[in-house]
Design a binder for this molecule. Structure first.
Ligand SMILES: C[S@@+](CC[C@H](N)C(=O)[O-])C[C@H]1O[C@@H](n2cnc3c(N)ncnc32)[C@H](O)[C@@H]1O
Length: 232
């Protein structure tokens, strides 16, 4: 039986290390955990969701794919009611505000280099990246995946205070350039168009934020050589 895992979630799985005990926060259907167990990547899964409906679906799918004995199920707002004995947390398909709230409410213990956070955020990614650095986290790796017409970014984040991220890097990170994914030019063009659109709006509104975004656009444009330079 084929596990109906999206390319986006498959990309999240590539940041999980063999033998990791994984917590999938906002697990919904549970397919990410099922894939990780069936492929011998994760050693155990904590499946958590704030809603009973998705958690039930995850339970049913776990039985269907015969992995229930390696999973535990938790009705929990973020990390509030889950055990802390995991190596890696996956948080996918949520907006930046939800992710920041989930991390913030567990920050007294989650701010520990032993945990790796795999984040696939649906909105306000620059704000999330800046917030993570302000809180002492650092992006270790970042990659891309495409499902339908959307290109998604997936980050592996660790607690490692004392690092900084520039405003332009909150849009296109060094780690994303290093990753050099075939989708990078497409992702870059989308990000750049978004900044250009913001500048257009700020000009019309005569906003004092204009110079900030113009500087971000200049710095993004300066990344083009690195992004396009080593492609045939
Ligand atoms: C859009 S789905 C994404 C599911 C899956 N992670 C994916 O990427 O395909 C978001 C899921 O997160 C759950 N969720 C939203 N806020 C949450 C929170 N604060 N704590 C735990 N789960 C949450 C929702 O109930 C839903 O099942």
């Amino acid at each position: 039986m084929k596990i109906p895992l999206s390319t986006r979630l498959e990309a999240c799985c590539r940041f999980v290390n063999k033998g990791d005990r994984v917590a999938d926060i906002g697990c919904d259907h549970g397919y990410l955990g099922i894939y990780l167990l069936k492929n011998g990547i994760a050693s155990s899964m904590i499946e958590a969701d704030i809603n009973e409906g998705p958690l039930d679906a995850a339970r049913r799918n776990a039985v269907k794919f015969a992995v229930k004995d390696k999973m535990t199920f938790h009705l929990s707002d973020g990390l509030q009611k889950i055990p802390r004995d995991f190596d890696c947390m996956v948080c996918a398909g949520m907006g930046a505000d939800t992710m920041m709230s989930i991390i913030h409410h567990a920050s007294d213990w989650l701010k520990d280099p032993r945990y790796r956070l795999i984040l696939q955020c649906q909105s306000k990614r620059p704000e999330l990246r800046q917030w993570l650095y302000d809180e002492g986290f650092r992006i270790n790796r970042e990659t891309l995946a495409k499902d339908g017409k959307f290109v998604y970014s997936i980050m592996e984040v660790i607690f490692d205070p004392g690092h900084a991220i520039s405003p332009a890097e909150t849009y296109i990170t060094k780690q994303l350039i290093e990753d050099n994914h075939p989708l990078l030019p497409e992702y870059y063009e989308r990000v750049k168009s978004g900044v250009e659109l913001t500048i257009f709006g700020l000009k019309k509104a005569n906003s004092d934020q204009l110079s900030i975004y113009e500087s971000i656009l200049r710095d993004l444009t300066a990344m083009e050589e690195q992004i396009y330079g080593n492609r045939s």
